[in-house]
Design a binder for this molecule. Structure first.
Ligand code: PLP
Length: 352
């Protein structure tokens, strides 16, 4: 099989060694002679997987003491609801920067009052709002660090007067983040951390237990913490696969190396988008995402030809989201720079 350059927005590319380690685990898990698909989540071999995944993530992200790490089902979308369930008493403050941030707002409204502190909806979410004020009477401030669909990314985080909660689904582990600024971070694994099926929640314990409502068990962070993330059967295989990927990140140089690679990939592609007269970016330059680069062909009549050209080069998954149109190249941690070079070459040759 010739090489496929996988720019999929999610679920997305994983390193070949991670896929190989998953194959091995499916055939013979930790030398048990059994598949990881058919063992108890309470056996010592799988408990060791969970503990190693927590320890590795803690080390990679520099997670301080006082935080718990949970591996839950339900996707990042369930966190939209769970955050509000566990934290919203008076009101939640939200930054509206795209589809996922809007979905978080929608779910929080099922629980209580929501104040949108700023929005970039006026320009089709093509920038990150600045100079907004986070109300100090809110229970928390929620933001999405990277807007997977529109291709914008927060370049820095505000100094929030209240607990900061962040959806980092599509840029976690791609750059260094000061975890101590956040009360809660969550991320679906399927963009930058592993396959679909597990969502990581990093929560500072002291922010919990402050709301007056009853919280159903599955929605309650404290229940999951008390049961060491095994209140119910956890997503066993996705956690196993995520561990293989965390080990890969650590082996190749950790988050600092991921950050270097992300910058190199993004600079290469955005330079081409800006210098090639056929294309244009869709997001304000200073707010562009290093993970998801959205761009358009200025002359849409050329689309069919361009599509044929990148497909012939073995490129997969760059068709834009229907809300933005055009193209979106998702460049997550495992994407080699050679894949970006292949895309840039297609764009250059297309211009010639
Ligand atoms: C993909 C994505 C989600 C949704 O994740 P699910 O696991 O499908 O619920 C939420 N937030 C962001 C930023 C995403 O990129």
């Amino acid at each position: 099989m010739s090489k496929v350059h996988n720019f999929s927005a999610g679920p997305s590319i994983l390193p070949k060694e991670v896929i190989d380690a998953c194959v091995e685990g499916i055939q013979n898990f930790s030398g048990t002679g059994l598949s990881v698909l058919e063992v108890s989540h309470r056996g010592k071999e799988f408990i060791a997987v969970v503990e190693e995944a927590q320890a590795t993530l803690k080390e990679l992200m520099g997670i301080p003491e006082g935080y718990e790490i949970l591996f839950l089902g339900g996707g990042a979308s369930m966190q939209f609801l769970m955050v509000a369930y566990n934290l919203l008493e008076t009101k939640g403050a939200y930054l509206k920067t795209g589809v996922w941030a809007s979905n978080a707002i929608k779910e929080a409204k099922y629980i209580g009052n929501v104040e949108v502190v700023a929005s970039s909806e006026d320009k089709n979410f093509s920038y990150i709002p600045k100079n907004y004020t986070i109300p100090s009477d809110a229970d928390y401030f929620h933001c999405a660090s990277n807007n997977t669909i529109y291709g914008s990314q927060m370049q820095s985080f505000p100094d929030s007067p209240v607990t900061m909660v962040c959806d980092m689904s599509s840029d976690i582990l791609s750059k260094r983040v000061d975890v101590s600024k956040f009360g809660l971070i969550y991320a679906g694994a399927q963009k930058n951390m592993g396959p679909a099926g597990v969502t990581v929640v990093i929560v500072r314990k002291d922010i919990l237990g402050k709301v007056s409502r009853q919280i159903p068990s599955m929605m309650n962070y404290k229940v999951h913490i008390d049961k060491e993330t095994m209140f119910n059967t956890p997503p066993v295989f996705p956690i196993f696969a995520m561990l293989q990927n965390l080990k890969w990140v650590k082996k190749v140089g950790g988050v600092a190396e991921m950050q270097k690679r992300a910058a190199a990939r993004a600079n290469l592609l955005y330079d081409e988008i800006d210098n090639n007269p056929l294309f244009q970016g869709t997001v304000e330059t200073g707010d562009r995402s290093q993970m998801n680069a959205c761009f358009l062909l200025k002359d849409t009549a050329l689309e069919e030809k361009f599509n044929a050209a990148w497909k012939a080069a073995g490129i997969s998954g760059i068709k834009g989201h229907r809300l933005v149109g055009g193209y979106r190249a998702s460049m997550y941690n495992a994407l080699p720079i050679e894949s970006v070079e292949a895309l840039v070459n297609v764009m250059r040759n297309f211009n010639k």
